[in-house]
Design a protein. Structure first.
Length: 315
């Protein structure tokens, strides 16, 4: 097990190194940079001033030199400076991480706490009206765009309460914290819960047809014991995979949700940084997302061994 973890950690570092190369050079392939955008917005181009600004920002150096400077800074905890605000990139990113983390955590909690029980219920009641109703709900969740659902929630809030939900950057109590994040979290987590529900239903139906389930029923085990102790326990691995993937790629839904609900999180900040070609911010944020994805996949692999004792990571 220890040797497997060491190999996985080495592979994770190699993966992140490859991602850093792709991120850095893809950003430079896009036509234009922050200097071009600034001078275009000003309406004039002075070659001397432009060359001076490129030299100050370091974008006139060879790409390999710029990459080595960025990686060297990362290894020393120096993320560089934002081209737009001229503040340290770390100071710009750190205050936004807790906001996005809370929103993503609540969305994932909503996805799992709603999707798994409803998926089990749909499988147990296969062919019933309840099953068909839940399947329609799950299909709707997969079909509705998150931005449209967010706008619908805002419209409904105005119609019922005469105001839209205002983001509170500094909630004082757990109640205020929940009220601030619950609606955006449900908007972005609805699709994830629908996918989790469908995967849980499919996996449960496969397990419920196994011989040991019929044996458990024949021995007089209760429905709750059969469905949750025997069936769900053996059907949970595909669900863990889906939840892990959704946790890793939840940032895609958060980009739209944070924009619609005017939440100053990491995802919205990333879009603004891309628009301004703010290379230090974009590079570091995408690397942060890559680290989250890699760690999520590693966590899923470790959870396999926890939930299924037949799985052993060894030489």
């Amino acid at each position: 097990m220890f040797a497997y973890i060491v190999r996985r950690l080495a592979l994770m570092l190699l993966t992140l190194f490859g991602i850093s190369i792709v991120i850095f050079f893809l950003l430079r392939i896009v036509p234009g940079n922050i200097v071009d955008i600034l001078f275009a917005a000003a309406g004039y181009v002075d070659p001397a001033d432009k060359a001076n600004l490129e030299r100050q920002l370091g974008v006139d150096q060879p790409l390999v030199v710029q990459y080595l400077h960025w990686i060297g800074g990362l290894l020393h905890g120096d993320l560089g400076y934002s081209y737009v605000s001229e503040k340290p990139a770390l100071d710009e990113i750190l205050p936004r991480i807790p906001i996005t983390a809370r929103l993503a955590g609540l969305a994932l909690l909503f996805s799992a706490s709603v999707g798994i029980p409803l998926g089990v219920l749909s499988a147990v009641k296969q062919g019933s009206r309840l099953d068909y109703a839940l399947r329609v709900v799950s299909l709707s969740g997969l079909s509705l765009p998150s931005f449209w659902l967010g706008l619908l929630i805002l419209t409904a809030s105005v119609a019922m309460f005469g105001e839209i939900p205002i983001f509170n950057p500094d909630p004082k109590t757990w109640g205020e914290l929940f009220a601030t994040y619950c609606i955006p979290a449900m908007a972005v987590g609805f699709r994830s819960s629908a996918l989790t529900m469908r995967i849980t239903r499919s996996s449960m139906l496969e397990v419920l047809r196994q011989d040991y389930i019929r044996t458990a029923r024949a021995k007089g085990a209760s429905d709750a014991s059969v469905n949750f102790h025997h069936a769900l326990k053996n059907a949970i691995l595909p669900v863990i995979t889906v939840v892990g993937i959704e946790a890793a790629f939840l940032i895609g839904g958060l980009i739209v949700t944070e924009t619609v609900f005017n939440i100053p999180g990491v995802a919205r900040f990333l879009v603004e940084a891309i628009r301004w070609r703010d290379y230090p911010i974009v590079q570091n944020l995408v690397m942060l997302i890559a680290v989250v994805v890699v760690l999520a996949n590693f966590t899923v692999d470790m959870l396999y061994a926890v939930f299924d004792p037949r799985i052993r990571y060894s030489d």
